[in-house]
Design a protein around this ligand. Structure first.
Ligand code: MG
Ligand code: ZN
Length: 169
């Protein structure tokens, strides 16, 4: 049987969105995010991060900066008993960066990152969930055919979603 996954946006869902965060000093985990992830992990969901990182196209930080922060973030999750299966990021922007990368398929609301994960992890979209803080996250999830697309209005909402979801798929 295919896998099921929770697709997590990063900024505004995993960490407080301070805008173009690329240093661990500025990476503030959202209250409740570890509980939310452990909850889904226990129910057998893969946890996959899908994040727009146009700060790279904008020249605000580098790919290496992003990867360094990601490694640190994944280690923090592991310390909390949480295994993140993969992190997909879009480094592009329609107005910045090399001309040929501006019209990419991965920048949300496009579903490219989610579709890639579905393929690579043999995920059943209809059994899977998008968890984002913007309508572009929701739209990407809908376009990828995910069964449930949740948009939190405030990062303090995140803990509530545990109780708003049916216990089983
Ligand atoms: Mg966000
Ligand atoms: Zn992209």
């Amino acid at each position: 049987m295919s896998n099921k996954a929770v697709f997590l946006d990063r900024d505004g869902v995993i960490n407080v969105d301070h805008g173009y965060v690329y240093r661990k000093e500025d990476f503030e985990f959202v209250d409740g995010i570890f509980e939310v992830c452990r909850h889904f992990q226990k129910q057998g969901y893969l946890l996959i991060v899908v994040t727009n990182q146009s700060g790279i196209a904008r020249g605000m930080y580098t790919e290496a900066d992003f990867q360094r922060l990601t490694e640190w973030m994944l280690e923090r999750f592991r310390e909390e008993g949480i295994e993140i299966a993969a992190v997909y990021h879009c480094p592009h922007h329609p107005k910045f960066g090399p001309e040929e990368t501006r019209d990419c398929d991965c920048r949300k609301p496009k579903p490219g990152m989610i579709l890639k994960a579905i393929e690579e992890f043999d995920i059943a979209p209809c059994r899977s969930i998008m968890l984002g803080d913007k309508s572009t996250d929701e739209e990407a999830g809908i376009r990828a055919g995910l069964g449930k697309n949740i948009k939190i209005n405030d990062s303090s909402d995140i803990i509530k979603i545990i109780f708003s979801l049916p216990p089983k798929d």
